[in-house]
Design a protein around this ligand. Structure first.
Ligand code: DQA
Length: 149
């Protein structure tokens, strides 16, 4: 693994509302609490994280473009943009970095419009339905992927 390997953790629209947003679906943890948990796991794994959230598709695309040279891997929960955004898919493709897709909920147990994700087509792996724990598993997986490069 590169020394101080850096992982961008990207959160899409409405994930800033975690804690109050449909807790039965998304859990009661806030985004700040999720970030703190990721920070703790990242430190244990020897990873540096850059944890971000935006409701704007363009801002997310810009951050992924920057990640191409600034980060070693991307963990992404693109929220609803997972199901709609070819622009985000194109950015993730041009970044040429390992991508792990995370969803808090099990998108396959939900409405059919959530069953397809553009992000999945570029992701090395997808974790969904395990709530906030999925982010920690994604960090574990990213550490082992980056160990191999
Ligand atoms: C989500 C699932 C998406 O379908 C939804 O639009 C979200 C959150 C999840 O984490 O379960 O905003 O990505």
């Amino acid at each position: 693994m590169p020394i101080d390997a850096s992982v961008l953790i990207l959160n899409g629209p409405n994930l800033n509302m975690l804690g109050v947003r449909e807790p039965a679906v998304y859990g009661s943890q806030t985004l700040d609490e999720l970030e703190a948990a990721c920070q703790e796991r990242a430190e244990a794994l020897g990873l540096v994280i850059d944890f971000r959230q935006s409701n704007s598709e363009g801002e997310l695309v810009g951050w992924v473009q920057q990640a191409r040279t600034a980060n070693d891997g991307i963990i992404v929960n693109a929220g609803a943009y997972s199901h709609t955004s070819i622009a985000l898919l194109d950015a993730l493709t041009l970044a040429e970095l390992p991508v792990i897709e995370v969803h808090l909920s099990n998108i396959f147990r939900r409405e059919s419009f959530r069953h397809h994700s553009y992000v999945s087509t570029v992701a090395k792996g997808v974790i969904c339905g395990l709530g906030a724990h999925g982010y920690l598993l994604a960090l574990d997986a990213m550490a082992s992927i980056l160990d191999q490069v």
